[in-house]
Ligand binder design. Structure first.
Ligand code: ADP
Ligand code: MG
Length: 349
């Protein structure tokens, strides 16, 4: 049994926060796992996570602790998911960037008798619609559940990438597409959840055997409250939808922490597109990490507190990639031994 890894990261004060002299830093480090958070009213909250990255933490440190073990597993056929959560500007995208480089570094350093094929898909969930960021004409991707492969995005574009440069280039074009779609819809990127899916296929040339794993990176929409941003009309609708999907995520997390899934413990994955796409990540054959990104500044204390509380809840999930029901374990083993065509066949049965 392994829990979801939950970490907190505080970025350095922004220049705006630094220029405000009334502004104080709310975070008081105890050690690498514990800290005290003092809010505006000087009330103390103690938090404990698997690891806390303070303002001076380097990208490499976050990468090695959080991403590297998951990358290793994803490459070896255990799906891996890294979720970033926090208010806009808290460092979610910044923290994610290193992981893509890392994936290719990892592959480059591995055994030469293994051939890798990596495919990349990129989607965005906006107002409960899944949009393909590599093909904007696919603006309502449907989700399908497969017993062998888990949740699938029906007809999503998959681009083969052979090195980190190519992957980053494709990601950049996906992000640019995100902006195009957003201007058309008059929205900002913090209003949608962005999901990057790397499918890693491994071919053992000597043994003529194949294995596939998925690495899913999730950049969640900002967790800021609608009131603070003075939202109304469409913006308010967006905020409500975001809050709905984040609370659906919270509910799934709660249900998962209330004991093993079974007849008596319904896990409400179907309540939002987000939880549906993350279904495998949270409850199935997967290893998951959550990075709670926060500003260290007291002016953002209430957002940071809500982000950190979300992280505390997630800490109690018992995700168990190896504790699957027997038929799931057999399917997982079978999948490892089959090639793509055979998996497709099995799928059709
Ligand atoms: P988000 O994706 O959460 O909205 P970003 O990752 O875009 O936020 O970060 C906002 C800004 O802060 C960016 O300019 C980014 O480079 C900077 N930033 C975030 N985290 C760090 C950090 N740990 N160290 C240095 N700069 C950071
Ligand atoms: Mg971002």
């Amino acid at each position: 049994m392994s829990n979801i890894t939950v970490c907190a990261r505080f970025r350095p004060l922004s220049s705006k926060e630094r220029s405000n002299h009334d502004d104080n830093v709310c975070v008081h480090s105890i050690d690498t796992e514990n800290f005290i958070f003092k809010d505006e009213k000087e009330e103390d909250f103690k938090f404990s996570f698997d690891r806390v990255f303070y303002e001076k933490s380097e990208q490499a440190e976050v990468y090695e602790f959080l991403a590297l073990p998951i990358l290793g597993d994803a490459i070896n056929g255990i799906n891996g998911t890294i979720i970033t959560y926090g208010q806009t500007g808290a460092g979610k995208t910044y923290s994610m960037e290193r992981t893509v480089d890392g994936l290719f570094e990892y592959i480059k350093s591995s055994d030469e008798s293994v051939k890798y094929m990596i495919k990349l898909s990129m989607v965005e969930i906006y107002m409960e619609k899944v949009r393909d960021l590599f093909d904007l004409s696919k603006d309502n991707i449907q989700l399908k559940e497969s017993r062998v492969q888990g949740i699938l995005l029906s007809g999503v574009t998959e681009i083969s990438v052979f090195n980190s440069g190519e992957a980053l280039q494709n990601l950049a074009s996906g992000i640019a597409n995100r902006a195009v779609g957003e201007t058309q819809m008059n929205m900002a990127s913090s209003r949608s959840h962005c999901i990057y899916i790397f499918t890693v296929q491994q071919e053992f040339t000597k043994e003529k055997r194949m294995k596939a794993g998925k690495l899913v990176l999730v950049d969640l929409a900002g967790s800021e409250k609608a009131e603070k941003t003075g939202a109304e009309g469409r913006v308010l609708d967006e905020a409500k939808t975001i809050n709905k999907s984040l609370s659906a995520l919270g509910n799934v997390i709660n249900a998962l922490t209330c004991g093993p899934p079974g007849k008596t413990n319904h896990i409400p994955y179907r309540d939002s597109k987000l939880t549906r796409i993350l279904q495998d990540a949270l409850g199935g054959n997967s290893r998951t990490a959550l990075l709670c990104c926060c500003s260290p500044s007291c002016s953002n204390a209430s957002e940071s507190l809500s982000t950190l509380r979300f992280g505390t809840r997630a800490k109690h999930i018992k995700a168990s990639p190896h504790g699957l029901p027997l038929h799931e374990r057999i399917l997982t083993k079978l999948r490892e031994k089959l090639d793509v065509e055979e998996v497709k066949l099995l799928e059709e049965l």
